[in-house]
Design a protein around this ligand. Structure first.
Ligand SMILES: [Ca+2]
Length: 578
């Protein structure tokens, strides 16, 4: 449910690309590119025959491109359309002279990709690859070095998205200066932990939003003991813990979820699940470090004191929030789509406010950076027209809205799309809130803001317009009472409150990203990582709920090292050139 809602809500925002207009991309730079053309590699046939490189130019001749893609047996296409023949494929053919042929269509797409790699032959391009698959394709010599064709044909907005997270992307898709893949990219806003607090409960009890661990404990204790909901019963909890099948913290594989303890770990400078720099300067696994032990000890103490909800990782703890039995949790900017929306529907006065939680003296939250590049696309070394494939990414990035009708978009915006890859600016969604704040502060006219968004993503404007229309004066008051969700506007609560309030910590809070040193999976990880992770999460969970004492951490760390952890650490260090 959640992922579908988020996908719809953020569809516009997710493709945001800042700044340059479509026209700037089309205008090109004739003379420079012409001379560059003369020097291009001879495998880029069309590139060498073009008089100028136009990121949106129609191919001079019908260009057939092969790909592999997912099949979705549940997809319902408009009349006369299918996976092979639809609004997108028709548009590509009529306007760009590009014809898509599916080399394979599979519900087990990842497996078919693996088989193609093993056979030594891949279609002209593949999208939605895992990093392991991407690396296997490069290692097998099947990927094209797209450095030149990218430089020449990627549109300005496509390049802006890449540049918005350049360091990470370079580290993942470039070797010896050659570029072998295109990283899908998610907005960084998804990864910032947001502390959601019931401000009305704080006000009632004469408390402030916590800014350090002691305050956090004070607020949690008051929420448990002082009847913040005023019903005369001891029926509320403190900090809401991870839900059933949830996780204690974000790691290399799993990010952007609600109900975790990351801000408490980072308060101890602990980054479990990440590779970090050890005291010797070499990579070390964060979960076995003393800082993680210290954070676990704190969590176990809080749990023992009854400050954390019972049943963590075993019950539907999110319902505590939905049912207004909780007023404090660590989540994400989009929680108004889920439990905060439910809470508000049950109580229109529930005044959830979003904060960073920065317990350090500098007031800066250390936030685990998420894997903004978790899916990849490659172009085959044998592809005859790599420029046509780059054009497909350009077209997608310039927004689906300009390309096909809303009806067609609803069934075709995922994998059937000829170049499906999440490809969004690092700050994407936050730009909409920033735009609204600027406008409310008198910076720019409505027309100027509309024109700005229109230039790179018309889908941003309806959200921007709603933020403006729903916000009541005074504009710097963010309480629920300063928003209008009356009548039909209630239907947009999730969207407007996520963009208008959930993104506020990202826009105006202070935080610093802490990234894992690598997302690489080594050979021994393939064999051992699942077991080691299980050991880690089970041990930590038991320590927090007091089933095992904190000293269990030390034996865990030893066992982790012996059962493959040491070997994996050496492999990781090796991949990092250490
Ligand atoms: Ca109560």
């Amino acid at each position: 449910m959640r992922s579908i809602i988020i996908k719809k809500a953020s569809a516009a925002a997710l493709s945001l690309a800042l700044g340059a207009s479509l026209l700037a991309g089309c205008a090109g730079n004739g003379d420079n590119e012409k001379s560059a053309n003369n020097q291009t590699a001879n495998n880029q046939t069309a590139a060498t025959t073009d008089t100028k490189a136009d990121p949106f130019g129609k191919q001079p001749e019908l260009t057939v491109i092969t790909r592999g893609t997912w099949s979705n047996p549940d997809a319902k296409y408009p009349d006369g359309q299918s996976l092979e023949d639809n609004a997108y494929t028709r548009k590509l053919k009529s306007d760009y002279n590009i014809e898509i042929q599916n080399a394979f269509v599979a519900s087990d797409y990842p497996k078919q990709v693996d088989l193609a790699i093993a056979s030594g032959s891949i279609p002209d391009f593949l999208t939605n690859l895992t990093y392991s698959q991407y690396r296997a394709i490069v290692k097998a010599g099947l990927a094209m070095d797209i450095s030149e064709v990218w430089e020449k044909y990627a549109s300005p907005n496509v390049k802006k998205v890449y540049d918005s997270n350049k360091e990470l992307f370079d580290s993942m898709v470039k070797q010896d200066g050659k570029m072998y893949g295109i990283p899908g990219s998610k907005p960084l806003v998804d990864f910032l932990p947001v502390m959601w607090v019931r401000q009305d409960w704080l006000d009632k009890l004469g408390l402030k939003a916590p800014t350090n661990l002691d305050d956090l404990a004070t607020v949690a204790k008051a929420f448990v003991e002082q009847d913040p909901d005023g019903n005369g019963k001891a029926d509320t909890v403190g900090l809401v813990g991870p839900k059933k099948d949830g996780k204690l913290y974000q790691d290399m594989d799993d990010q952007n979820f609600s109900l975790h303890f990351d801000p408490i770990f980072s308060a101890f400078n602990a980054f479990p699940g990440f590779w970090t720099n050890g005291s010797d300067g070499k990579a070390v696994y964060g979960s076995i470090l003393p800082e993680t032990k210290a954070a676990l000890e704190k969590l176990a103490d809080m749990y023992k004191q009854g400050l954390i909800s019972k049943g963590i990782l075993t019950s539907n703890t999110e319902e505590l929030t939905s049912n207004n039995k909780a007023g404090l949790f660590f989540g994400t900017w989009w929680n108004p789509f889920t439990e905060i929306g439910n809470s508000w529907r049950n109580d229109n006065n529930a005044n959830w406010q979003a904060y960073t939680f920065a317990p350090g003296s500098d007031g800066i939250q250390l936030a685990k950076g998420g894997n903004a590049a978790s899916q990849f696309a490659v172009i085959s070394k044998d592809a005859k027209n790599p420029e046509a494939i780059i054009k497909m990414l350009n077209i997608k990035t310039e927004s689906l809205d300009k390309f096909v009708s809303k009806e067609d978009r609803s069934v075709l915006s995922d994998y059937p799309y000829p170049f499906y890859l999440t490809y969004s600016l690092a700050d994407g969604p936050a730009l909409i809130l920033q735009g609204a704040i600027d406008y409310q502060n008198g910076k720019g006219t409505l027309e100027e803001h509309h024109a700005n968004f229109e230039s790179y993503d018309p889908g941003a404007n309806p959200i921007f317009d709603k933020l403006i229309a729903f916000k009541k004066e005074p504009y710097d008051n963010t309480n629920i009472s300063a928003w209008d969700f009356s009548g039909d506007k209630a239907n947009d609560f999730g969207l407007v409150y996520s963009f208008g309030e959930g993104l506020r910590p990202y826009v105006s809070g202070k935080f610093k990203w802490v990234n894992t040193l690598t997302y690489v999976k080594t050979e021994t990880m393939d064999k051992r990582w699942a077991n080691l992770k299980k050991l880690e999460y089970e041990t930590f969970s038991k320590i927090i709920v007091g089933v095992q004492p904190i000293d269990t951490f030390d034996s865990f760390a030893e066992q982790w090292k012996k059962e493959g952890g040491d070997k994996i650490t050496k492999e990781i260090q090796s991949t990092l050139g250490q």
